[in-house]
Design a protein around this ligand. Sequence first.
Ligand code: HPA
Ligand code: ZN
Length: 325
Amino acid sequence: MKDIPKVELHLHLEGGAPPEFIRGLALEKKVDLSGIFTDDGGYAYRDFLHFLEVYEAATSVLTGPEEFARLTTALLEESASHGVVYTEAFLSPDFCGGADMIAWREYLAAMREAAEAAERDLGITMRGVITCVRHFGPDQAKAVATCAADTAGDFIVGFGMGGDESAHTPADFAWSFDCAREAGLAITTHAGEWGGAKSVRDSIEALGPVRIGHGVQSIDDPALCDLLVERDITLEVCPGSNVFLGVYKSLKDHPIQRLRDRGVKVTVSTDDPPFFRTTMTREYEGLAHTFGYDEETFAELNQTALDAAFCDEPTRDKIRKRLTQ
Ligand code: HPA
Ligand code: ZN
């Protein structure tokens, strides 16, 4: 499973921070983060909202461009070791200098340099999807979208939104998504992870995404599944994340295969691997074990992911060759 060349579309940069990396920075900066770690070196949280709190606490000790560059390197080394050849990382100007344009450019330059080095040294290609955080509110999202529009190009290729799906409404963020789209960025948004099918439908109507982060609860609404097919919207499904957070009791109960059976385009990602004690290899092993996915199924999932990737066509062609090597 490890050696299958993989495309990952849903990976939060800060969510990929190894606990020991964050613990080291906290010690260095004399910030007491002891409450966010488990005894065996993982991250500790009770439920989804507490996960978001712990995520932000961990992120708070990452403070300069150089630290985000080191984090990018660590993330890409880990992904490459699991066969990932192309990854889209969610980058958050909120956590990189508070969505200030000048600071953001510096953070981005450092992360891009780290990504280019990883491409040279490890053969993994990364592109960035800028995300605003829903529970930080629509005004903050405007600042993030402005950073996104300003740095859109061949490296920053998309715009999206994570965070607490119950905060505000998708329509409250329409300005930010329109701003990003007008700058040429492709659109995705988290929906239907903790929110039900209605959350997905409202997001599609208000924000016009071509991909949805998670979207798994669409399975409860057959007409919505039809709409996803009709609009050719691809889901960034993160089965391990959903099971770890308790959206589904076990992988057996996860709707990934039922979505595929309905003709919905799905892809496989890790979301925040150390938070959910997962890797791309583990995701594939789980799917093989639970649903009998074989090499052919994984090739199909990776092709779907590559088709839905936000990169330019020369990059897509290059990655296509990597997938069939
Ligand atoms: N869901 C919503 N927001 C997030 C997540 C997630 O899984 N990870 C980081 N931000
Ligand atoms: Zn996510």
